[in-house]
Design a protein around this ligand. Structure first.
Ligand code: TPP
Length: 630
């Protein structure tokens, strides 16, 4: 009898279904996910790959009592659909709608927030320890991809979990892919296990054979299980995990529901940590995603029938500008090397990786390693450029401070997705870099107002010797300006964009355009506002800012960053250092996390669009704010 998924009480009812019905549930999830993501965009390929895994997990475990943690969480759509979010699924990643990642505030079935990679095993260990302390008996499962397994935290957690024999089940979802192809020796090791059928067959054959020997068979297997050498090395797949203290099961076909349920049952019987190696196909079940899993990793709305993006003609972005400019600079300077932490395409380094493979390093999801390695490359005389999203650079704060900045090394941080990122929401906002970078001595920070400034900042940073430099730019299309020959910018200098006498607006980065629009509208209200493009967040152009602050007697700073310790704080500190008691009002994000929604919506919500700046400036000038006017 065919199943109507909307009549089921999920996930509990999964336990009552036959294998065939579970397969029908899987097919229904797949179809609905493909259709919905085609309409609204999202992370599709990874989610398609774990449909059977999610169905198997929810048909075996008892969520929310048992805890299932999805690493990164971009692959959690089937889990969301199985845990009460079927109807609301089309609101995914929209303002006020479902979050694109697991989030405890959204559902009791999401036991721990994820978004940044490689945290799930640590979270599982923590929950398992809490469970044991409080004499509870729920089960804890972490699902981690082979890409996420390249992150240092995952190894730290495996190391510790094995040491304390934590009762957790780690499901390694091995699809050979990170966002693009996975890299590294761990990935190669998994490949050997996967591709060598004799590994798994040998283990099974051995067990089958000896367990048939009366009396001693089972004991022999147990002895072999305890052996840490010799024969076992030869016949057991996953020895590395066994050496770390885990019992290894696998490799298992991650699209075979019966095999999955069987291995989950086996794993559950073990007392210490278990690793179940599941092999899946990224994009499974949608032909175009199977062929191009990287394109369908995170995708905008697309045509269901031919898999092509609906918005074909993409305007150039800041990321594109970065990629092009770096190619140009690298052509003239052989010392320039580029580094990414598993984000080759996302950071605009694809062409660089193809043109200069010997000067390109994808280190895996290893931001900390990337920063220390870049620092040492700089120490050795190279000019390393680490292209990284603002949110993921947070991981490497200590390395930036300890390895780059104390030694004052010329590492260039190309900080992409700085500011509001939009649909990925809280875990991915780039709203902290100005704060965490500005607080470190020796660090220089630039924020281009448009793509011409971005290219010139890159050129300036790589052709001068001021130690570490960060250039931060948003996830946005650029302003559509014509490319110009690369030029040097005067170090530490801002630019006066507009004269005025009643208020000085100092803008850091691409918010300048909104500030200028607001200033123009204020002019027509009889308010003459001076506007400075800061360009440098550190060092500030003290002379220019002080001069115009004194002239106007009132300052408004604008930044796409958390206000705590950000650009505006730097301007306040400048006033304090100079004993200038001029009122400064700061516009930015006020001590809160910013949820998902489009970039434009979120900027408007936080008063960082032209209307918001106009209204704040109006109030500062002693006039009433006007709703929606600009
Ligand atoms: C610290 C950190 N760096 C980078 C990312 C961006 N990122 C999201 S998913 C992903 C690849 C994950 O690969 P894998 O774990 O194998 O999952 P798959 O998509 O293949 O299922 C990356 C690099 C991230 N989420 N966190």
């Amino acid at each position: 009898m065919s199943i109507n998924i909307e009549n089921l009480n999920l996930p509990a009812d999964l336990k009552k279904l036959t294998r065939q019905q579970l397969e029908e549930v899987s097919a229904a999830i797949r179809e609905y996910m493909i259709k919905t993501v085609a309409d609204i965009g999202g992370h599709l390929a990874a989610s398609l790959g774990v449909v059977e895994l999610a169905v198997a997990l929810h048909s075996y475990y008892e969520s929310p009592r048992d805890k299932i943690i999805w690493d990164v969480g971009h692959q959690s759509y089937p889990h969301k659909l199985l845990t009460g979010r079927w109807e609301s699924f089309p609101t995914l990643r929209r303002q006020g709608g479902l979050c694109g990642f697991p989030k405890p505030a959204e559902s009791e079935h999401d036991p721990f927030l994820t978004g940044h990679s490689s945290t799930s095993i640590s979270a599982a260990v923590g929950l398992a320890l809490a469970r044991d302390h409080l004499a509870d008996d729920y089960r804890v499962v972490a699902v981690i991809g082979d890409g996420a397994l390249t992150g240092g935290m995952a190894f730290e957690a495996l190391n510790h979990a094995g040491h304390i024999k934590a009762k957790v089940t780690v499901i390694l979802n091995d699809n050979k892919m990170s966002i693009g192809s996975n890299v590294g020796s761990m990935s190669a090791y998994l490949g050997r296990i996967r591709s060598d059928p004799k590994y798994s067959r040998l283990k099974e054959d051995f067990e089958n054979f000896v367990t048939r020997v009366p009396h001693i068979g089972r004991r022999l297997v147990e002895t072999a299980e305890r052996l840490k050498g010799g024969l076992k090395y030869l016949i057991m797949p996953g020895m590395l995990f066994e050496e770390l203290g885990f019992t290894y099961f696998g490799p298992v076909d991650g699209h075979d529901l019966a095999a999955l349920r069987n291995v989950l049952k086996q794993a559950d019987k073990m007392n210490g940590p278990v690793l179940v190696h599941v092999v899946t196909e990224k994009g499974k079940g949608y032909r175009f995603a199977e062929i191009e899993p990287e394109m369908f990793h995170g995708i905008g709305p697309f045509d269901l029938h031919n898999g092509t993006l609906r918005k074909q003609k993409k305007a150039p972005t800041y990321t594109d500008c970065f990629g092009k400019t770096l190619l140009e600079i690298a052509a003239a300077d052989p010392k320039v090397v580029a580094i990414t932490a598993a984000m080759t395409t996302g950071t605009g380094l694809k062409e660089f990786s193809e043109k200069y493979p010997e000067r390109f390093y994808d280190v895996g999801i290893a931001e900390q390693h990337a920063v220390t390695m870049a620092s040492a490359l700089a120490m050795g005389g190279m000019r390393p450029v680490f292209a990284v999203y603002s949110t993921f650079l947070q991981r490497a704060y200590d390395q930036i401070l300890h390895d780059t900045c104390i030694q004052n090394l010329p590492v260039l941080f190309a900080v992409d997705r700085a500011g509001i990122v939009g649909e990925d929401g809280e875990t991915h906002q780039g709203l902290f870099d100005l704060t965490y970078l500005r607080s470190i001595p020796n660090m220089n920070i630039m924020a281009p107002a448009n793509e011409i400034e971005l290219q010139n900042m890159l050129f300036t940073a790589l052709n001068s010797d001021h130690g570490p430099v960060a250039i931060r730019y948003p996830r946005d299309k650029s302003s559509g300006l014509d490319r110009k020959p690369l030029g040097l910018l005067p170090w530490g200098r801002g630019e006066l964009m507009r004269e005025g006498d009643s208020l000085l607006i100092v803008a850091a980065g691409t918010v300048l355009a909104a500030a200028l629009e607001a200033a123009e509208n204020l002019y027509w209200q009889g308010i003459k506002v001076a506007v400075i493009n800061a360009r440098f967040v550190k060092p500030l152009d003290e002379e220019l800012i002080l001069q115009w602050a004194k002239h106007c007697g009132h300052v408004l700073t604008v930044e796409e960053n958390i206000l705590n310790g950000g650009f505006g704080s730097g301007v306040v500190e400048l006033m304090e250092k100079n004993d200038l008691f001029i009122p400064v009002r700061r516009l930015g994000i006020d001590d809160q996390f910013v949820a998902h929604g489009s970039r434009a919506q979120m900027l408007a919500c936080h008063g960082l669009d032209a209307t918001g700046i106009f209204n704040t400036a109006l109030v500062l000038s002693g006039k009433q704010a006007v709703k929606g006017v600009n």
